[in-house]
Design a protein around this ligand. Structure first.
Ligand code: FDP
Length: 317
C-alpha cells in the first residue's frame, strides 16, 4: 500500500512552493497522528471537553482539546517551510519561519462540541502561497484537506488533481485507500440543523420545504436527512455517498453569514468538493471565488452533489 509520504514523493514536485506544500502536508499528518492517539487515551476525554473559560476570535468557547490541538499543529509546522499559521484559535496570523514558502490555515479541532459524545471530530487545513499574504481567494490553494478522528483516523486530501483518501494505521502512518473520491451529482439526502428553521431566509426554507414534501411535493421523490453537527463527519459522508450540507445565514444575531469560517473551514472543504466533482456556494457565488476581508469571517456554506446545489442556487436567484 502507498503511504502518504511516498504518495507525495510520487507527485514529482519540482518548484519550491510545491515542495513546501508537500512538506507541510506531512507535518500536518504527523500532528494529526499525535492528536488521534491522544484523544484515544482513556479517562482523558472528559477533561478535554472542559471549557477553558476563554472564547476564540469568533466568540466560540474554547475547549481544552481545541487549545492542545492548536499547539500540536503550530509546533508541527515549525519543521516545514511554513511562513505563517492561521488558526481558528488565534486572533491574528502567527509567524512561523521567516523563509517559509506557504501559509497553513487550520481549524485544529473541528466539531469540538462533539468531543465528549464520542462522535467524529477532525482537523481541517488549507495550504496557500505565502507571497500573496493571509487573505487570498480559495482558488489560490495549493492543497487542502481534513483529518477525521472517528472509528478510523482518515485523511481526505487534494493538491488540485482530484481527491485522495488515506487511513491511518496503528503506528500513525497514513495509507492511500483504493477509493476514487467523487461526489455523485444526484442525491436524496440533505444535512442542515433543522432547529434553526424559524430563522432561515426564504431560499433555504424553500429548498428544505421542497425536500421535506418528498414524493408528494415538487421534487417528486422522498429525501432523507442527516446532521452530525461536525463538519468533518458530515463532509466525509457526502464524499462517500453524496448529499448536500447547508449552513445558511439566518436571522439569529451574529448568524447573518452562517456559522462556518471561510478561510479555514469552507474554502478547504470547497476545494475538495470541487475536485471531487461537487459544488460549493454561499448561495450566489462559488466559495472558492470569495476573497476574505478578515481572517475569521463567516460564510453561508452550501455544498455537495452538483444537481442539488444547482437547485439550492436556483432558490437564491
Ligand atoms: P463545532 O462548533 O462543534 O466546532 O465548525 C463549527 C461546527 O462545529 C461544525 O463542525 C458543525 O457543522 C457546526 O459547527 C455545527 O453547528 P450547530 O451547532 O449550529 O449545528
Amino acid at each position: 500500500m502507498t503511504d502518504l509520504s511516498s504518495f507525495i514523493s510520487d507527485q514529482s514536485f519540482k518548484t519550491a512552493l510545491q515542495l513546501a506544500a508537500g512538506d507541510s502536508i506531512l507535518a500536518l499528518a504527523a500532528a494529526a497522528a499525535r492528536i488521534s492517539s491522544m484523544i484515544r487515551e482513556p479517562a482523558a476525554s472528559l477533561n478535554f471537553a472542559a471549557a477553558q473559560g476563554d472564547t476564540n476570535a469568533d466568540g466560540d468557547t474554547q475547549k481544552a482539546l481545541d487549545l492542545i490541538c492548536d499547539e500540536i499543529v503550530a509546533a508541527g509546522l515549525s519543521s516545514a517551510s511554513v511562513a505563517t499559521y492561521l488558526s481558528e484559535e488565534r486572533a491574528v496570523p502567527v509567524p512561523i519561519n521567516d523563509d517559509g514558502m506557504v501559509i497553513v490555515a487550520c481549524d485544529p479541532l473541528d466539531g469540538s462540541s462533539n468531543i465528549d459524545t464520542n462522535l467524529s471530530i477532525g482537523t481541517i487545513f488549507s495550504v496557500l502561497p505565502a507571497a500573496a499574504g493571509p487573505l487570498q481567494s480559495g482558488r489560490n490553494q495549493l492543497a487542502s484537506g481534513f483529518f477525521v478522528y472517528g472509528p478510523q483516523t482518515t485523511l481526505l486530501l487534494t493538491m488540485g488533481k482530484g481527491v485522495h483518501a488515506f487511513q491511518m494505521d496503528s503506528s500513525g502512518v497514513f495509507h492511500l485507500l483504493n477509493w476514487v473520491v467523487t461526489i455523485p451529482l444526484k442525491t436524496s439526502e440533505f444535512a442542515i440543523n433543522a432547529a434553526n428553521a424559524r430563522f432561515w431566509h426564504a431560499p433555504a426554507a424553500a429548498y428544505v420545504a421542497d425536500c421535506v414534501a418528498g414524493a408528494a411535493g415538487p421534487r417528486a421523490r422522498d429525501f432523507n436527512m442527516r446532521w452530525a453537527g461536525s463538519l468533518v463527519a458530515d463532509s466525509w459522508r457526502i464524499f462517500r455517498r453524496g448529499g448536500v450540507f447547508l449552513y445558511p445565514g439566518d436571522r439569529r444575531p451574529g448568524y447573518n453569514e452562517g456559522r462556518l469560517r471561510l478561510v479555514y473551514e469552507a474554502a478547504p472543504v470547497a476545494f475538495l468538493v470541487e475536485q471531487a466533482g461537487g459544488s460549493a456556494t454561499n448561495g450566489t457565488c462559488a466559495i472558492m471565488d470569495i476573497v476574505p476581508d478578515q481572517l475569521h469571517q463567516r460564510v453561508p456554506f452550501l455544498f455537495g452533489s452538483g444537481n442539488e446545489i444547482d437547485e439550492v442556487v436556483r432558490h437564491h436567484s
